[in-house]
Design a protein around this ligand. Structure first.
Ligand code: CA
Length: 217
């Protein structure tokens, strides 16, 4: 999953993006509203974390202008006790909000829920044959046994599961799993797929030659 975080407080931006990367997300960042809007229009993010108080263009305007062309899920960061801000945000097309200051765990949980809702996955546990994925706890089991995956492997599996039954192209996977600063060495998609097959069985992910990968329904 690839996220955009728009936040002008350097410490908060750094801590959020670092923590989200450790969770396996690809993360792009923007430090003002104009840069945020530009990136949000350019890429198809799985979700956007958008601060309301931003230089150059505030979060309301970013949201309003983004909604003129895109439905990307947006989680707004609002100031404490500003009920009017939250109502305004939801009316303007925000999908959820979080009040500052917040715990990173709550940010993670809300983003997971937002991404699941967008993929129309209503339960947090998904079964594919003998493999069971707990999307809320980010745990994977095979025949009831816990299987340890790297953050990248998990991200790849989760993306395919949330798009189950669709052929996901390699370029879509590159766009959604890697951020703009990723170097080519970490982009070894085939290696990640091969590792997933070793850990979870050869039949889980189907290769569609010339098209991409698929988890069958
Ligand atoms: Ca701010």
């Amino acid at each position: 999953m690839r996220l955009l975080v728009v936040e002008d407080e350097p410490d908060l931006l750094r801590s959020m993006s670092q923590a989200l990367r450790e969770e396996g997300y690809a993360v792009d960042v923007a430090e003002d509203g104009e840069e945020g809007l530009h990136k949000a229009r350019t890429w198809d993010y799985d979700a956007i974390v958008l601060d309301v108080m931003l230089p150059v263009m505030d979060g309301w305007n970013v949201l309003k202008r983004l909604r003129e062309q895109k439905r990307t899920p947006v989680l707004l960061l609002t100031a404490r006790d500003a009920t009017a801000d939250r109502v305004r945000g939801l009316d303007a097309g925000a999908d959820d909000y979080l009040v500052k200051p917040f715990e990173l765990d709550e940010l993670f949980a809300r983003l997971r829920a937002l991404i699941r809702r967008t993929a129309s996955v209503t339960t947090s546990v998904v079964e594919v044959g003998v493999v069971r994925l707990d999307l809320a706890a980010r745990l994977v089991f095979s025949e009831g046994e816990r299987v340890a995956l790297t953050a990248r492997e998990y991200a790849l599996l989760e993306y395919l599961v949330l798009h189950r039954g669709e052929v996901v192209t390699r370029s879509a996977l590159y766009d959604h799993l890697f951020d703009e600063n990723d170097d080519s060495l970490s982009n070894l998609l085939d290696v990640h797929v091969s590792n997933l097959r070793k850990k979870l069985g050869p039949d889980l992910i189907t290769t569609r030659r010339g098209h991409g990968y698929c988890i069958e329904v």
